[in-house]
Design a protein around this ligand. Structure first.
Ligand SMILES: [Fe+2]
Length: 195
């Protein structure tokens, strides 16, 4: 199958995110979609041509996780932005994070602290599909550190391209802007779907 880049132009105008930053970010995302398709085609062709035992096949196979996750994580990220309503303080998310972290505030503190860690990557609130447990997890690059069997509930990009245009090195200010724009309805739906 061929993946098609989704359109997130409706996020333009979001408070705390300049048009330049968002457009650059959309372009980066589109690159992951292009490369995911390209790699899928190359790997299929190599299989047909009997080239699966080659170093080229191994490296392209490894690369697929980087490009695919780069594509999919950006989709989770953009889709959990653009929110216009405050979170539901009595909703399923509030209850589940309080169960897992003691309180919503403790969860948020941990999520922000995870996002503020030095290095590039992603911060993800996961729900374990097996037990329903929640975790805030740090992801290096795109393809390493994911928790097997867990579903992303809230995804925050903390690569420098996600904020440096607007915030320089002030990552905490970007995280503040991210929190002001979370689409809590989307987050709730992801959670409910997997509860
Ligand atoms: Fe990004």
């Amino acid at each position: 199958m061929t993946y098609k880049a989704k359109d997130y132009n409706s996020l333009i105008g979001m408070e705390g995110f300049s048009e330049t930053l968002l457009n650059n970010h959309f372009t980066l995302y589109q690159g992951y979609v292009t490369n995911t398709n390209k790699l899928a085609d190359l790997l299929t062709a190599m299989l047909k041509e009997g080239k699966v035992g080659t170093p080229e096949y191994s490296e392209l196979k490894r690369r697929f996780g980087f490009e695919f996750n780069g594509m999919r994580l950006h989709e989770y990220y953009f889709e959990n932005l653009g929110g216009k309503t405050p979170r539901d303080r009595a909703g399923n998310l509030a209850k589940k994070v309080a169960d897992a972290f003691g309180s919503y505030e403790a969860w948020e503190q941990d999520f922000r602290a995870t996002g503020a860690m030095r290095g590039i990557g992603w911060t993800i609130l996961y729900q374990d599909n097996v037990t329903g447990c929640l975790f805030n997890q740090w992801i290096n690059e795109h393809e390493t550190g994911h928790l097997a069997g867990c579903i992303p509930i809230l995804v925050m990009d903390v690569f420098e391209h996600a904020f440096i245009t607007d915030y320089g090195l002030k990552r905490a200010d970007y995280i503040e802007a991210f929190f002001r724009n979370i689409n809590w309805d989307v987050v709730e739906r992801r959670l409910v779907k997997n509860s």
